[in-house]
Design a protein around this ligand. Structure first.
Ligand code: 4NP
Length: 160
């Protein structure tokens, strides 16, 4: 299964989701089964590494974030089985980018995989870019809860 996480800049939230999910997949021994990448709907940071604040928050939890930002393209809907938006704004942008209904059917919102967030009606991973304080810690908490739900759903689908 190939998963693409998508935020706006591809330097904060989606690289965090990529790093968190990759670690969960490794813990589960499923590296050969699940592949994870990330992209942004915007192009301002193309080629840049993840934001240093995101990297340092992740590193404190034993995660190394790497890669270079890239912009999501229509072909991503052919290359990936699931395209996971970090918030509703990026979900809307991805809907516009999707070439057809088949592609739109692969689109999901990350926090919809977290039963507790669903129960509270929380749908977005808050954008930490302009905020001060512990926005990056919150992103890690929110993303980890949702990625656990995503992995559980993938395992249930696979009957494993
Ligand atoms: P991200 O955060 O979408 O989580 O990577 C942002 C990064 C950059 C900008 C906005 C959000 N920006 O406006 O440059």
């Amino acid at each position: 299964v190939r998963i693409l996480f998508v935020c706006l800049g591809n330097i904060c939230r989606s690289p965090t989701a990529e790093g968190v999910m990759r670690a969960l997949v490794r813990e589960a021994g499923l590296e050969g089964e699940i592949e994870v990448q990330s992209a942004g709907t915007g192009g301002w940071h193309v080629g840049e590494p993840p934001d240093r604040r995101a990297r340092s928050a992740a590193r404190a939890r034993g995660l190394e974030l790497d890669g270079a930002a890239r912009q999501a393209v229509a072909e991503d809907f052919e290359r990936f089985d699931v395209v996971v938006a970090m918030d509703q704004e990026n979900l809307a942008a991805l809907r516009r980018l999707a070439p057809d209904d088949d592609a739109r059917a692969r689109l999901r919102l990350l926090r919809d995989f977290d039963p507790e967030a669903r129960a509270r009606g929380e749908r977005d991973v808050p954008d930490p870019y302009y905020g001060a304080g512990d926005g990056f810690e919150e992103v890690l908490d929110v993303v980890e809860a949702a990625c656990r739900g995503l992995l559980a759903e993938l395992r249930a689908d696979a009957g494993a």
